[in-house]
Design a protein around this ligand. Sequence first.
Ligand code: GUN
Length: 290
Amino acid sequence: MQILDGRLVAQETRAELKRKIHRFFEQNKQKPGLAVVLVGNNPASKIYVRQKIKAAEEVGISSEVFSFSGDVPTHELERKIQNLNRDSSVHAILVQLPLPSAFSSREVVSWIDPKKDPDCLTVENQGLAWSSQPRVLPCTPSGVMKLFEYYNIPLQGKKAVVVGRSQIVGLPMAQLLLRANATVTICHSHTKELSLFTKEADIIVVAAGRPGLLGGSDFKKEADVVDVGIHRTTEQGKSVLSGDVRFKEIQDQVSFATPVPGGVGPMTVAMLLENTFHLACLNTGKTNNA
Ligand code: GUN
């Protein structure tokens, strides 16, 4: 089995982006700006936000986190996002999900100016993306597509199965695979006999959010497996990170697979940085080939 090394591909993507951002700064005397809005105390979200900020700073994107307690009044959150919409030094606004259950993520996302939405979560950006005129594409699925491209994995005519149908990963992943001419099946929590679908597939992207959902007997030998899940679990008394796929079971079996950690996660961050830069170029009227 060959590893789809997200750390490596993300590192190369960030190095290329850093060069472009350097040129952008020299020409415009302004850095691309990313604002991250974090609400509540979700420990995983705090870690992801820290990773995003660190990665942004490393490529020359200026970034700031705006943290709110889980009981912040809705109007206060809205006011902050509206202020960020008006702030010309901010080109991208990311609201870290999931939000505490008291908030409607649909409502909060609707406050973001679509021209500053690097996640492609606003209705306008989704409409543009799926009518083939994307402003940006969602970070995780476009990161997965970049991995396929880097490792020359052909998609045309392949049987692809996406497990999960979330707005941010499963659905857009299926759309991008379809656009690449794969024959796509979407499976989800109500799918009966999931492994009947996964065993038939050439390409499987698992984004179910269920630790160890699939293992060795669920894939055919030549399959390429991408694991979007990330979970903290305990193995022999030790705390470890693992995915939706039982990696040890498949590593001598399938053709290509992503590890967790070090697979899809770093690609999501790299694509967020690319989208932020792209929006900075659009919003300042500059090209992104600087
Ligand atoms: N939570 C987990 N992944 C993501 C992501 O890509 N974007 C946002 N906004 N929240 C997330």
